[in-house]
Design a protein around this ligand. Structure first.
Ligand code: ATR
Length: 286
């Protein structure tokens, strides 16, 4: 009982994980990982760590020294994490960003599970076939960069990258090996056509700023997907509703799936995700 754990410090032997970001207070990762762990009777601790904007590397080192085995990395540190780790998976290299770190004694391994998380949600959970589809991605920041390669792996007809700052979208498109299937355009100068899938990867909703979009982008069968979840996804999804799109989703499925993938790489077992996605959807107002 407690005497043993006091004397031998058994509590300190819990497998230790964390999510690191700034801000971090609203991250759902601790709950998600604890619920996954409960599926397998795995005992772990999973905390939220607020890292100062200029102190990310130090925070990670301290966490590892205190016994940390792995960390999820969130806004705004995913690109910094890609530069800090000693080894990266192919997904992390292609994304230029790391959202999952495994601490080994002399080496930090970086992975990026965001793209696979989105792909799982779209294709497996929502049953959307991306083959030969025309995809529009709004935004060209870190979030957009992280999903491009995985989306191309599903063999769409094309991906149009539309950004407020045209040069950023052009740079991202040009760097791709699939550049012939990828075009960049200005958010204010979109091609006059409806798309099969529109993904909002801008930070407009998170920052509560307006995102003006032309109505010709949407037909009834257009799938509208916001990478954000909860309130931040509402403006885009409301716009989609108003213009008749029947299929509208926020990023809660992606959130759970990217966590499941990280959980698998740490614990070697694949958690069931559907019940958590339902739980999350019933808590946030869609
Ligand atoms: P993230 O890592 O979440 O993608 P980011 O790298 O800051 O965050 O990128 C934010 C993206 O949202 C960018 O594409 C940004 O456009 P710019 O490149 O022009 O900055 C886009 N964005 C942010 N606020 C926006 C707004 N109010 N309207 C349209 N796009 C916006």
């Amino acid at each position: 009982g407690w005497i043993l754990s006091k004397r031998y410090g058994l509590n300190n032997m819990l497998k230790k994980y964390a999510v690191v970001g700034n801000p971090i207070a609203h991250s759902l990762s601790p709950q998600i990982h604890r619920l996954f762990a409960a599926q397998f009777n795995i005992e772990l601790s999973y905390e939220r760590i607020l890292a100062p904007l200029d102190g990310f590397a130090g925070i990670l080192r301290t966490f590892q020294q205190s016994g940390g085995l792995g960390a999820n990395i969130t806004v705004p540190f995913k690109i910094a994490a890609a530069q800090l780790v000693h080894e990266k998976t192919e997904q992390a290299t292609l994304a230029g960003a790391v959202n999952t770190i495994t601490f080994q004694q002399n080496k930090w391994l970086g992975d990026n599970t965001d793209g696979i998380g989105l792909l799982r949600d779209l294709t497996q959970n929502l049953g959307i076939d991306l083959t030969d589809r025309k995809i529009l991605i709004l935004g060209a920041g870190g979030a957009a960069q992280g999903i491009l390669q995985p989306l191309f792996s599903a063999n769409p007809a094309s991906i149009t990258l539309a950004n407020r700052t045209l040069a950023t979208a052009e740079k991202l498109a040009a760097a791709l090996q699939y550049s012939s299937k990828c075009m960049a355009c200005d958010l204010k100068n979109l091609p006059q056509q409806a798309f099969d899938l529109i993904i909002n990867a801008t930070a407009a909703g998170v920052k509560d700023e307006p995102l003006a979009l032309p109505t010709f982008l949407i037909k009834q069968q257009t799938v509208c997907y916001d990478l954000a979840y909860g309130a931040a996804a509402q403006p885009f999804l409301t716009w989609a509703t108003q213009h008749g799109a029947l299929m509208r989703y926020d990023g809660s499925g992606m959130l759970i799936e990217q966590a499941a993938e990280a959980f698998y790489s740490w614990h070697g077992v694949r958690p069931e995700t559907q019940s958590l996605i339902s739980l999350l959807n019933s808590k946030i107002h869609l």
